[in-house]
Design a protein around this ligand. Structure first.
Ligand code: ACO
Length: 364
């Protein structure tokens, strides 16, 4: 009898040359480079070029100059309720963008770069419009990378270089992670020979779910409840006794270590300065690891990427509801690389289901 694989757990759906997610030894490679190495090696745009083209770029990658939002996108963003989630606004904006920019199959690296130029501008415009402010002048974003533009379009001010560098590192760390749910959703869409914008709209829809897009904001909420390093141990002991989980620890694939957490921790340390909240996160981490080891001696529950993502994103001055949209912008690099790879393979993704419903005999 055919065996079903709910959640496709353990199923090798295809081959890829884009990234290796190695949970056993705690490694993440983009095109053969360790993630820890890439964070210090160059900019997010260079990582995007690496993911799209397969090799580290010799020169500056071709991020197009910022351009005014298409009129239809501007009008759509203005028509959305101010209480809409920024991630929903981004999904809607990408859908309109795909129409007016005539994004068609097959995907092309130029479409990817245009998307990465568009997304921070659209998100920033929505973030401002919902607060009753006008979107900022596109020309003011000149010379900035994707991370710098995200901060600029939201705040209206040229970003602090340290915050820009930190967000750039976060974008690099979040750029790609194998056949995760949003990337796989995009590959299914592209495999039907649908266009890149449709694939990215589907991917954003998948990322929106709390099991995927995650919530560095939940880490932030727990730290806020602890209040101080002195109170942290008691707070965590009580939470664990109630059967609650410490957010930012443990991972389904990475057992010994999550290499993304290590990379972001360094960034958080550089950014922390004398910011009390960031220092609290660093003081709480070893206490949390000790308590988790006491409680689960047979299971490794390392610090995961969400813990330091929270520290970095907060340090950049973004509000918590702009964290998951930042993750979406970062992951657009991986989505686009997978769209190119999927289109090259050209094989329709169409698994089968094992039917366990009634037969005509049962219906007699
Ligand atoms: N705090 C306390 N206990 C934990 C934690 C945690 N963070 N993580 C796992 N455990 C415990 C569970 O309670 C369970 O205990 P039990 O056997 O006594 O019931 C045991 O460890 C195994 O739990 P599973 O859920 O089976 O472990 P798994 O490794 O599959 O789960 C997960 C991974 C979901 C990330 C989990 O560690 C968790 O809930 N962490 C907190 C939420 C979080 O940080 N999520 C972000 C993950 S990173 C990302 O997705 C991008």
């Amino acid at each position: 009898m055919d065996v079903a694989a709910p959640g496709l757990e353990g199923v090798i759906a295809d081959e890829t040359t884009i990234s290796l997610v190695d949970g056993e030894s705690g490694r993440l490679l983009y095109r053969g480079y360790r993630i820890e190495e890439l964070v210090g090696r160059g900019t997010y745009e260079q990582t995007v070029a690496l993911l799209l083209e397969g090799s580290w770029p010799a020169g500056t990658p071709p991020l197009p100059d910022p351009a005014p939002l298409p009129a239809a996108v501007d009008a759509t963003l203005r028509s959305l309720p101010g209480g809409a989630s920024p991630l929903d606004a981004l999904r809607t904006a990408v859908s309109v963008w795909g129409i007016v920019e005539e994004i068609s199959y097959p995907p092309h690296p130029n479409q990817a770069w245009r998307l990465l130029t568009f997304a921070p501008a659209a998100l920033g415009a929505f973030a401002r419009l919902r607060g009753g402010e006008e979107p900022v002048d596109q020309e003011g974003a000149g010379g900035l990378g994707v991370a710098g533009r995200y901060l600029y379009f939201v705040s209206g001010e040229r970003p602090d270089p340290a915050a820009e560098r930190a967000l750039d590192a976060y974008f690099t760390v979040g750029a790609e992670h194998g056949f995760n749910a949003s990337t796989f959703a995009l590959r299914v869409i592209i495999s039907t020979r649908s266009d890149l914008a449709s694939g990215v709209v589907g991917a954003i829809g998948a990322l929106k779910g709390p099991l995927h897009g995650g919530a560095p904001s939940e880490v932030e909420a727990q730290l806020a409840e602890m209040g101080s390093a002195e109170q942290a141990e008691q707070w965590m002991r009580e939470a664990l006794a109630r059967g609650e989980r410490l957010m930012g620890f443990g991972h389904r694939v990475y057992r010994a270590r999550d290499p993304r957490a290590d990379a972001l921790r360094k960034v958080a340390e550089e950014l922390a300065g004398d910011d009390e909240w960031l220092l609290l996160a660093m003081e709480v981490e070893p206490i949390a690891l000790r308590l988790l080891e006491e409680r689960h001696p047979d299971r490794q529950l390392p610090t995961n990427v969400e813990y330091y993502a929270s520290a970095v994103l907060r340090g950049t001055g973004l509000t918590p509801d702009l964290y998951t949209p930042a993750f979406a912008v970062a992951r657009m690099a991986g989505w686009c690389a997978h769209a190119l790879e999927q289109a090259e393979k050209g094989r329709l993704i169409r698994p089968r289901a094992r039917y366990v419903g009634p037969t005509p005999e049962d219906r007699r």
